[in-house]
Design a protein around this ligand. Structure first.
Ligand code: COA
Length: 183
């Protein structure tokens, strides 16, 4: 698995620094492990890595979702949703041997034609640095690598433009998303 990484200034906290460069790690030996690429990193450097590992601390994920004001969901159902997702992508800030979950997205799929992206989130301290876009591009790249060609999502009204900037279109050819809820 390749993963994206970026380097932050070592002298400033990550919350105030800007992303300075992007590169894609080409070490295919890294597998799915987000920690595999960390060896040899000095403890003063922080970098961002993406992972498709599903072994995510549910409390850490809950904290991330709390930070953006999402309603809490039963953890046993979140666990099940992660287990049954087609793709799970987490984004981590790694400093030395410490890592912090700062972003997340997952996709469900029929494994052939369609995938739907859910739960896209970047921690507020890391928003506005291009990481949400990088996370989504990573998800799309992974889906394309599985030859999934029809990717959908449900956008909250305030993030429609975020998804538009990534190439998503609303109501293509007048097609409407429809929902059914129990009465
Ligand atoms: C939506 C979210 C993932 C965006 O992450 P981010 O890291 O702040 O986004 P980026 O910095 O990568 O922004 C990428 C582009 O989208 C734009 N953008 C970001 N958030 C936006 C928003 N809410 N509305 C419109 N445009 C937005 C940025 O200005 C940027 O534009 P540019 O490429 O022209 O510079 C993040 O704000 C978030 O987690 N929000 C809370 C959870 C949420 O609402 N998730 C979506 C559920 S459908």
């Amino acid at each position: 698995m390749g993963f994206w990484k970026t380097w932050f200034s070592t002298s400033e906290p990550a919350t105030t620094t800007k992303t300075t460069s992007w590169e894609e790690d080409t070490a295919e030996t890294a597998g799915n492990s987000s920690t595999a690429g960390v060896s040899g990193t000095s403890s003063s450097e922080a970098r961002i890595i993406f992972s498709t590992e599903r072994d995510i601390d549910l409390y850490e994920l809950e904290e991330l979702c709390d930070a953006v004001g999402w309603s809490r969901r039963p953890l046993r159902k979140v666990k099940k949703a992660i287990e049954h997702s087609f793709l799970v992508v987490s984004m981590w800030q790694v400093r030395g041997n410490k890592r912090r979950l700062i972003g997340f997205a997952r996709a469900t799929s029929d494994y052939a034609f369609n995938a739907t992206i859910w739960d896209v989130v970047v921690h507020p301290e890391f928003q506005g640095k291009g990481l949400g876009k990088a996370l989504m591009k990573y998800v799309l790249k992974k889906l394309r690598s599985e030859e999934i060609s029809n990717v959908t999502l449900f956008a909250d009204p305030h993030v429609v433009d975020f998804y538009r900037s990534l190439g998503f279109v609303s109501d293509p050819e007048g097609i409407k998303g429809m929902f059914w809820y129990p009465q």
